[in-house]
Ligand binder design. Structure first.
Ligand code: RFL
Ligand code: PHB
Length: 391
């Protein structure tokens, strides 16, 4: 098979890139190692920046999101037993975020892809990439007991943190920067109305907690947990008790509990690989960088990377290499700002075993400052709703 662009990975980065390239008249195929149902079964992000919403609209897949998604004008910070509202809209000059689950974004992109008759190869084993330093890169994979080959002009590595594209680059050509946090998030999805109409981020002496949602009848909650914890060791009752303890009295009282539909533990990591382009191979999304989920930036960075990449490839086929030359630098400028924000918000909101009372007092002072200084809350709001895309 021969295509212009071979995309590795059918997560949000790969699927959105496929949709944007299709709009630009560029032929692409997606190679994914899992089944479509498996990809849809992963419960992940919930908060979309306006720039992500705009890209989904540009890809022609925004209709259901605008109908079912929830626009949020604020978030709430809980500490010292009290809640404080950060008015995102006023502080950011009129912006808001869209609460619409990654699962639904993925579903919409998959449906649009099927409806347009575009090819996705699911359950591809032993995916490997070759010759991306030349102008004729190749992707190989196995399906059943047959090996197939795709010849292409470009490879987009959208295969997430554990994928093969980043690790196919010679170690001498790539630099990785990493910080692993000494705790994880235990997440629960439940068919219950959310405890609050806005997300609550809570700093508590027992650890961080987050109250989020997917709709007015589907809630997503997280509590900071130990890296040794196992999701199966947490009964539903133990999870709800722990969450309640980490909220202010009014939220604890209002919390509606129910059976967990999904329960899992995610480790927290900051990671950036530089550069993001190697000849005809481009890394995008989690394949190139990871942020701890506190800032809700991972999916949004994946979207902005593929926004830059689709534009760069469209320019290439119109005769200019400018976009592909600047791809890595353009992405990384945005990535490092999101890394900084996610690291800062994570550091502010979690219990760190090693910092002791001194660290806790500093957190309390910063939170107090944050909610009482317009300058400080503006910095939070501006980053949370998302920095503007560089043009
Ligand atoms: P994905 O979603 O990991 O998709 C990669 C795809 O590549 C496939 N793959 C391969 N395919 C072929 N060959 C191989 N060798 C392959 N290896 C892997 C995989 O099966 C998969 O289908 O990466 P992508 O597309 O870059 O998207 C990134 C986002 O998924 C991620 O950044 C977000 O989920 C992060 N995140 C959040 N981001 C936000 O913007 N807002 C949020 O509110 C938010 N909350 C979260 C989050 C991530 C979380 N976890 C579980 C880490 C909350 C959590 C708990
Ligand atoms: C989620 O709804 O899963 C979610 C929301 C906000 C975050 C992280 C995760 O910061």
């Amino acid at each position: 098979m021969r295509v212009q662009v071979a995309i590795i990975g059918a997560g949000p980065a790969g699927l959105l890139l496929g949709a944007l390239l299709h709009r630009a008249g560029i032929a692409a195929v997606i190679v994914e190692q899992r089944s479509a149902d498996y990809v849809l079964g992963r419960i992940r992000a919930g908060v979309l920046e306006q720039t992500t919403v705009d890209l989904l609209d540009a890809a022609g897949v925004g209709a259901r999101m605008h109908h079912e998604g929830l626009l949020h004008d604020g978030i709430q910070l809980c500490f010292g037993g009290m809640r404080h509202r950060i008015d995102l809209k006023t502080l950011s000059g009129g912006k808001h975020v869209m609460v619409y689950g990654q699962t639904e974004v993925t579903r919409d992109l998959m449906h649009a892809r099927d409806a347009a008759g575009l090819k996705t190869i699911y359950e591809a084993d032993h995916v490997s990439i070759h010759d991306f330093e030349s102008t004729r890169p190749i992707v190989r994979y196995r399906r059943g007991n047959k090996t197939d080959e795709i010849e292409c002009d470009f490879i987009a590595g959208c295969d997430g943190f554990h994928g093969i594209t980043r690790t196919s680059v010679p170690a001498s050509a790539i630099h990785a920067h990493e910080r692993v946090y000494p705790f994880g998030w235990l997440g629960v999805l439940s068919q219950t109305p959310p405890v609050s109409h806005e997300l609550i981020y809570s700093n508590h002496e027992r650890g961080f907690a987050l109250c989020s949602m997917r709709s007015m009848v589907l809630s997503r909650y997280y509590v900071q947990c130990s890296l040794d914890d196992k999701a199966e060791n947490w009964s539903d009752a133990a999870f709800w008790d722990e969450l309640r303890r980490r909220l202010d009295p009014a939220a604890a009282e209002a919390l509606v509990t129910g059976p967990a539909i999904e329960k899992s533990i995610a480790p927290l990591r900051s990671f950036v690989a530089e550069p993001m382009r190697f000849g005809r191979l481009f890394l995008a999304g989690d394949a190139a960088h990871i942020v701890p989920p506190t800032g809700a930036k991972g999916l949004n960075l994946a979207a902005s990377d593929v926004g830059y990449l689709s534009r760069a490839l469209a320019e290439f086929y119109r005769g200019s290499e400018d976009g592909i030359s600047h791809y890595s630098e353009r992405c990384l400028r945005r990535v490092w700002k999101a890394e900084r924000f996610s690291w800062w918000f994570t550091s502010l909101m979690h219990r760190f075993p090693e910092t002791g009372v001194f660290g806790q007092r500093l957190q309390a002072a910063e939170l107090d400052y944050l909610v009482h200084s317009t300058a400080a809350s503006t910095v939070l709001a501006e980053n949370y709703v998302g920095l503007p895309l560089e043009v």
